[in-house]
Design a protein around this ligand. Structure first.
Ligand code: SF4
Ligand code: SF4
Length: 157
């Protein structure tokens, strides 16, 4: 796997990311990308067929012809305000698992996107500013660890 320094940085920051469970992203993210593996996970969770899952919960993605999107977003239909959390947490899509630093579109970017509305991202920014050099230059052992973590998080097929 060929990753650039910023990929190593974003994987490391995502691994250490501590979500505040404020629910902002669940209420504003639109579209919410749905990959084939997400559909299989949702189908299993809801005990539906793949076709039923696609019909019930997804729509064509507005800009990515190869994937789908959640049918209801901004706010996501699965966000529960009373518990400030996700009603389908074990079956949440990959983009939710990888948010905010490792969504597929970010891999390979020569830089790192910080979501200013996300309070936990602002904390990550402080860590990035403090430890920029080591984060961009992990030793070979850490590189392997980060590559393994990325493969685990980014299973999309
Ligand atoms: S906006 Fe950030 S802190 Fe809030 S729920 Fe989303 S990822 Fe967590
Ligand atoms: S599926 Fe869950 S984690 Fe993902 S946006 Fe909806 S409520 Fe948030």
């Amino acid at each position: 796997m060929s990753l650039d320094p910023y990929d190593y940085l974003r994987i490391r920051v995502q691994m250490d990311f501590k979500c505040h469970r404020c629910g902002i992203c669940c209420q504003v993210a639109d579209p919410i990308d749905i990959y084939p593996k997400d559909i299989r996970r949702l189908a299993s969770y809801f005990e539906l067929s793949l076709e039923e899952t696609i019909r019930e919960y997804t729509i064509p993605h507005p800009s990515e012809p190869d994937i789908r999107a959640f049918k209801v977003s901004a706010p996501c239909r699965f966000y529960d305000k009373t518990i400030k959390g996700c009603k389908i947490y074990p079956a949440r899509p990959m983009v939710c698992r990888c948010s905010p630093f490792l969504s597929p579109g970010q891999i390979g970017l020569q830089g790192i996107e910080i979501y200013e509305d996300c309070p936990a991202s602002r904390e990550s920014l402080k860590i990035i500013e403090r430890d920029l050099d080591p984060l961009l230059n992990p030793d070979p052992k850490m590189q392997k660890k980060l590559e393994k973590a990325l493969s685990k998080m980014m299973q999309i097929e």
